[in-house]
Design a protein around this ligand. Structure first.
Ligand code: HEM
Length: 283
């Protein structure tokens, strides 16, 4: 049987680790404060501000003296009773109250639009500053090159999809590099979703909206920009869910430690004896 040795490689430089954790914090707070903002008017539309007739998404409630609150969610013509989670959920006293997203999913927990907006705008700027610094560093340090798929990567695309579906992950030295699906996911999130959410957010922001009027028009009006912002936020939630799932199935302790200390451990399939030597991985 082939012998393996445990190797430690320096995988994540300091700017990547700082950028990653600041991003994670910003995304969490922006999502929860964004849902507070959404709750103030829980309907989304396409078009400009005056087109309020037909929302494509509504999360609302009915109230009657006999039955109390019941929540419902409608997407175009599809509607479901979502009492308990969406539309109507328990308030601080444990009784059902009418609110689109529940208290445990909003910042702050109570109904407080002004405070939600303050949190949202503050962390939006932290996110923009963090992302800009990271991109400048990545460009000059050559880090972005690690994310660009190579011809070799594209050749292995089909196999990588099959491996991911079977929950088989790269081992050995290959585990220290980004695979094609990771590269495509990160590029889509940074330049696609990230770009969309920042641009739509900025062109809806107080004072910025007048400067960015042409961008608002490009998105099809304020209500369209709001819808795209919400959909991009949902895309982030999906990405984070898949990201966390992949971390869990591919060795959570090792992955988490490497994003804190920078050092990643893997089994080298080449024959040899156990080694504590640390290697610098330059990707
Ligand atoms: C630079 C980044 C961002 C900026 C400038 C920004 C700005 C805004 C603005 C101006 C609004 C509407 C506020 C209002 O109508 O009072 C909003 C709403 C919202 N944002 Fe952001 N945002 C940013 C990033 C994010 C991120 C990263 C997420 C989630 C991951 C997010 C989630 C939401 C949600 C769910 C809403 C509620 C949609 C609505 O009802 O209008 N935002 N944001």
């Amino acid at each position: 049987m082939a012998r393996t040795r445990l190797k430690t490689v320096y995988r994540h430089p300091l700017p990547v680790r700082i950028g990653h954790w600041v991003n994670a914090l910003c995304l969490l707070i922006l999502l929860l404060s964004g849902l507070q903002i959404f709750n103030a008017h829980p309907h989304l539309y396409w078009g400009s501000a005056s087109d309020f007739e037909s929302p494509w998404l509504s999360i609302d409630y009915h109230w009657s003296r006999d039955d109390g609150y019941s929540g419902w969610t409608r997407v175009y013509d599809w509607q479901a009773d979502t009492t308990g989670v969406l539309g109507a959920s328990p308030g601080a006293d444990g009784e059902l109250e009418g609110r689109a997203f529940p208290a445990w999913l909003t910042i702050p927990g109570s109904r407080w639009l002004a405070m939600g907006r303050s949190w949202h705008f503050f962390f939006a700027w932290i996110l923009v500053i963090n992302a800009s610094l990271f991109l400048i560093w990545a460009l000059f340090a050559g880090h972005l090159k690690r994310l660009v798929p190579t011809v070799e990567d594209w050749r292995g695309f089909g196999q990588s999809v099959i491996d991911h579906l079977r929950l088989r992950h790269p081992t050995g030295e290959a585990a220290t590099r980004y695979n094609i699906l990771q590269k495509l996911a990160y590029l889509t999130v940074i330049f696609g979703l990230g770009g969309l959410i920042v641009l739509t957010g900025l062109c809806m922001s107080p004072r910025m909206d007048t400067v960015l009027e042409p961008v608002l028009e490009f998105f099809g009006g304020r209500q369209s920009a709001r819808s795209i912002h919400f959909l991009a936020a949902s895309g982030f939630v999906l990405f984070v869910a898949i990201h966390l799932f992949e971390v869990i199935v591919s060795g959570p302790v090792n992955q988490l430690r490497s994003m804190i200390t920078g050092y990643f451990r893997y089994h080298d399939h080449a024959t040899g004896v156990a080694s504590n030597r640390e290697n610098r991985h330059d990707g």
